[in-house]
Ligand binder design. Structure first.
Ligand SMILES: Nc1ncnc2c1ncn2[C@@H]1O[C@H](COP(=O)(O)OP(=O)(O)OP(=O)(O)O)[C@@H](O)[C@H]1O
Ligand SMILES: [Mg+2]
Length: 297
């Protein structure tokens, strides 16, 4: 069994969830697309999901991405979906307020509406949608392209603190509906799944440089405090050795190698993947195919 086997596929026939997280612009979307391309190419039914409102996966795949699961033309076994946190939040808010209107007077409803107008609601609603798709049992692999680091953490922190949301939801009452209970059960299942390295791979993408490395390290420690381990770290945009032939590029490559050592020490439990700087944008089937062969063969 090669090192990818455990990171990309479940060994028990269940669905494997692969999260890509990291600072803005480090290559999360590119790595998510390359990985999904690779697993689909191996014959695994793969859902590539994005919680990034900009849905850049569409421009990388050169195919439109919709709010519902859509197969990617020309790439067998690959499906995409975009979760728009704003839209999800609207639906979530309306549903909660409609329900609350049956029980509470206008003052309480106004208070709840204000409380629900927070960015937390967007994160929560986006996570809820993710939970719905992730519970489908239709896929062998689900690859999740997230928006930059902070977003992912909030996305995870909130469900961990489910009880607070329930308080908002129930207003002054302590009543918890059947629907809440069912949703909580789904949440709990999802959180357990995220904590299980056999079911989930958490990957941090970074440049082999100080700030992205430190930020990824802090975020991964925070995840660890929720019981989620980082299994894969990707050092992206490494200057290829054969290109380090001028003093400028030699110097930069040496700097990168110094940080590779530090990344190895800091993330000693994770598999380190070094991805070279390509001579082109990561975009289109040909480039995805080249990159996935290079990284995952
Ligand atoms: N190894 C690489 N070689 C060449 N270009 C790369 C490489 N990795 C990423 N890029 C390019 O860098 C840019 C940023 O990559 P990408 O969109 O994947 O980052 P991101 O982390 O998803 O950004 P955001 O935080 O904005 O979502 C893109 O134009 C992509 O084509
Ligand atoms: Mg992105």
């Amino acid at each position: 069994m090669n090192k990818w086997q455990n990171l990309l596929y479940s060994q028990t026939g269940r669905c494997k969830h692969i999260f890509f997280s990291g600072k803005g612009g480090v290559g999360k979307t590119s790595m998510a697309c390359i990985t999904a391309f690779a697993t689909a190419g191996k014959g695994y039914r793969t859902l590539l999901m994005t919680t990034d409102p900009a849905a850049h996966i569409g421009s990388v795949l050169e195919r439109p991405v919709f709010d519902e699961i859509t197969d990617v033309k020309g790439i067998p076994n690959l499906y995409t979906i975009k979760i728009d946190p704003k839209q999800a939040a609207e639906k979530y808010k309306n549903r909660i307020l409609e329900e609350a209107k049956k029980k509470f007077d206008a003052n309480i409803i106004t208070g709840m509406a204000e409380e629900l107008n927070s960015p937390c609601t967007e994160e929560m609603a986006a996570f809820l949608q993710y939970v719905d798709y992730a519970s489908l049992d239709d896929f062998d692999v689900i690859v999740i392209d997230t928006a930059p680091t902070g977003h992912t953490l909030r996305l995870l922190e909130l469900p961990m603190d489910w009880s607070k949301q329930l308080q908002v939801k129930a207003g002054l009452s302590t009543e918890v509906s059947e629907e809440d209970r069912a949703q909580k059960a789904k949440f709990d299942k999802m959180i357990a799944m995220m904590k299980d390295p056999a079911a989930t791979t958490f990957a941090f993408v970074m440049y082999p440089e100080k700030t992205p490395m430190i930020e990824a390290y802090r975020a991964s420690q925070e995840l660890a405090s929720f019981g989620i381990q980082t299994q894969m770290v990707i050092a992206n945009m490494m200057i290829p050795q054969e290109q380090a032939i001028t003093p400028f590029f030699q110097k930069r490559r040496n700097m990168q190698l110094k940080y590779i050592d530090e990344i190895r020490q800091k993330f000693s439990m994770a598999t380190l993947v070094q991805v070279p700087l390509f001579d082109r944008e990561i975009k289109g089937i040909e480039t995805l195919s080249m990159a996935s062969k290079l990284i995952f063969s």
